[in-house]
Design a protein. Structure first.
Length: 107
């Protein structure tokens, strides 16, 4: 999990443009050493419970999350993997939207 730890800036999402992604703060996803994490894009923020899982021949980080969209409680799940030094993943809202995302590691 060490290669995932740290802050990643969300560069692109399937459903939302960059102006929305960076609406409140620069959109980001952060993985911590204790298998937790946080993310924020637009008016959505979430707290994650992360696990490393094998999907086919590839290991990826999978997570459940809960948080807020504006002031409304939301939850869901997601996954991410490192591909060509970028974080590629998908975020799912429980009973709602889902969107792939791409992110770059903060320096």
């Amino acid at each position: 999990m060490n290669k995932y730890i740290g802050k990643w800036h969300i560069k692109e999402m399937e459903l939302w443009d960059k102006d929305f992604i960076d609406l409140v703060v620069p959109g980001h996803i952060t993985f911590k050493r204790n298998r937790s994490g946080i993310f924020q894009f637009g008016a959505v923020n979430g707290y994650m419970d992360c696990r490393m899982e094998k999907c086919g021949n590839v290991k990826r980080i999978e997570f459940s999350w809960d948080g807020f969209d504006e002031s409304d409680p939301v939850s869901g799940r997601g996954w991410a993997m490192i591909k060509d030094n970028e974080l590629h993943g998908k975020l799912y809202f429980h009973l709602g939207d889902d969107s792939w995302f791409k992110a770059a590691k903060s320096k």
